[in-house]
Design a protein around this ligand. Structure first.
Ligand code: G6P
Ligand code: MG
Length: 216
């Protein structure tokens, strides 16, 4: 059975995907083009740098290194202004139920996120104490769908990859979990996350029986 769980952050634990979207959209609009929710799907699980490259491609912009770095900073400052106002009311429904059930069973938990803001966000919403290991955008070099982020998480928890399950809302994240040979659990649109081993719209659909079956 599954011996450890790894959680993505954005779009799984908290709905920060909407703030990332707003910050990228603000930048696009400032540069004079549109950025749609559909295009935003491609940004989920993708590093800040890679997102900016894709955004500039969409708008047909090229940038000097200096300009590129400035836009990265601008986007993050904009994003952080949204994060600033977050509190535990922005934890997605039933996430604490699942976290505390797994904790009560003594199951080790890790965070596996591409975000460099992960620790600050967990602190904001008071969920930091649940996690035995944080693997975030500051500790990985290879982006999802590369399995690095989840493999480091498994290794930090002292569990082999096949004994881990991953909660993910991004296609790249499900692919990363599959590439790590972990159990992949898609949270969100089943059509987008069809490669996952299991699919749920959100944590309200995850019951204790499902978790018990995985860990037994
Ligand atoms: C997560 C989000 C992405 C975001 C990335 C980097 O993976 O799903 O949309 O681009 O983190 O986040 P950061 O907070 O470092 O800009
Ligand atoms: Mg995500």
């Amino acid at each position: 059975g599954v011996k450890a769980f790894i959680f993505d952050l954005d779009g799984v634990i908290v709905d920060t995907a909407k703030y990332h979207y707003l910050a990228w959209k603000n930048l696009a609009n400032q540069l004079g083009f549109e950025f749609t929710l559909e295009q935003n799907e491609l940004f989920k699980g993708v590093s800040r740098r890679r997102c900016l490259e894709i955004l500039l491609d969409i708008g047909n912009f090229t940038a000097s290194t200096e300009q590129f770095e400035r836009w990265l900073i601008e986007k993050n400052e904009d994003y952080l202004a949204y994060i600033e106002k977050m509190d535990s009311s922005e934890i997605l429904p039933d996430v604490p139920k699942v976290l505390s059930y797994l904790k009560s069973k003594g199951i080790p938990l890790a965070l596996g996120s591409a975000s460099k803001n992960a620790k600050a966000i967990l602190e904001k919403v008071s969920l930091l104490p649940y996690f035995d290991s944080l693997v975030d955008g500051n500790s990985v070099t290879k982006a999802k769908p590369n399995p690095e982020v989840f493999l480091i998480g498994a290794s930090n928890l002292g569990v082999s990859p096949e004994d881990c399950a991953v909660f993910e809302d991004a296609l790249a994240g499900i692919e990363a979990a599959n590439n790590a040979e972990m159990v992949s659990i898609g949270i969100g649109d089943k059509k987008i996350l069809s490669e996952a081993d299991y699919n749920f719209n959100d944590f309200t659909e995850i019951d204790i029986n499902f978790l018990d079956r995985l860990i037994s």
